[in-house]
Design a protein around this ligand. Structure first.
Ligand SMILES: Nc1ncnc2c1ncn2[C@@H]1O[C@H](COP(=O)(O)OP(=O)(O)OP(=O)(O)O)[C@@H](O)[C@H]1O
Length: 206
């Protein structure tokens, strides 16, 4: 479980978040909404350990009982998905997925990748160039790459915003199923109430 307790975040003298307390259970997806610039992505960065200098935070964030704020970024095992996928354009689909694969799965990489692509409705796409994929296919490869790294928590920063409506619906379901399957907590930041994958959103609108 992810637990955020009395968490406050400031940028120079600007208060972004004050005393946020929330928890996210295994397989649960909590959605966060709020106006542009209110600090949603910064909260995700604080959890992932990628907050830039200039931000200060207080309170606690723990995952499975371990404090994340005290942990180096490399040890946090947090997966992040952004609006723009960060796939390597010069690698094909399989090479991109292999990059995400945890060390223990490397010996069976071929089979694991084959199965992951089949699960994502993209069987046989291993050798395809990234540039030849549609937006929805790129999005799916991007999610798969994050999930193959077996993160202990996943943070989704508007990953659906570039997809058209029918694709968005299909992709939301795909992400929800994968997170439930992995039984890890997830936080989704969005501007679109329809993106709420489970319960109603936590709103940062004041
Ligand atoms: N690297 C940075 N350096 C300085 N200021 C930053 C940095 N990143 C974000 N900010 C500022 O911090 C505030 C919160 O930004 P953040 O990206 O967290 O907002 P957001 O709620 O995710 O916005 P949006 O919905 O527009 O993506 C904004 O005022 C933004 O300009």
């Amino acid at each position: 479980m992810l637990k955020i307790e009395n968490f406050s975040l400031a940028l120079a003298k600007q208060n972004l978040l004050s005393n946020l307390t929330m928890s996210v259970g295994a397989g649960e997806i909590v959605t966060i909404m709020g106006p542009s610039g209110c600090g949603k992505s910064s909260l995700l960065a604080a959890i992932a350990g990628t907050l830039d200098e200039g931000f200060t935070c207080s309170g606690s964030i723990s995952l499975a009982g371990k404090s994340l704020l005290d942990m180096p970024q490399s040890q946090r095992q947090v997966g992040i998905l952004f609006q723009d996928d960060l796939l390597f354009p010069h690698f094909n689909v399989a090479q991109n997925l292999q990059y995400g694969l945890v060390q223990s799965k490397q010996p069976q990489a071929k089979q694991v990748i084959e199965q992951a692509l089949a699960d994502a409705g993209m069987p046989g796409y291993q050798q395809r160039d990234i540039a030849s994929l549609s937006g929805g296919q790129r999005a799916r490869v991007s999610v798969l790459r994050s999930l193959l790294a077996e993160p202990k928590l996943i943070l989704l920063d508007e990953p659906f915003s570039k997809l058209d409506k029918p694709l968005r619906k299909q992709f939301r379901q795909f992400v929800r199923d994968k997170i439930e399957e992995l039984a890890i907590p997830a936080i989704l930041v969005t501007h679109d109430a329809e993106d709420c994958l489970q319960a109603p959103p936590i709103s940062f609108f004041s």
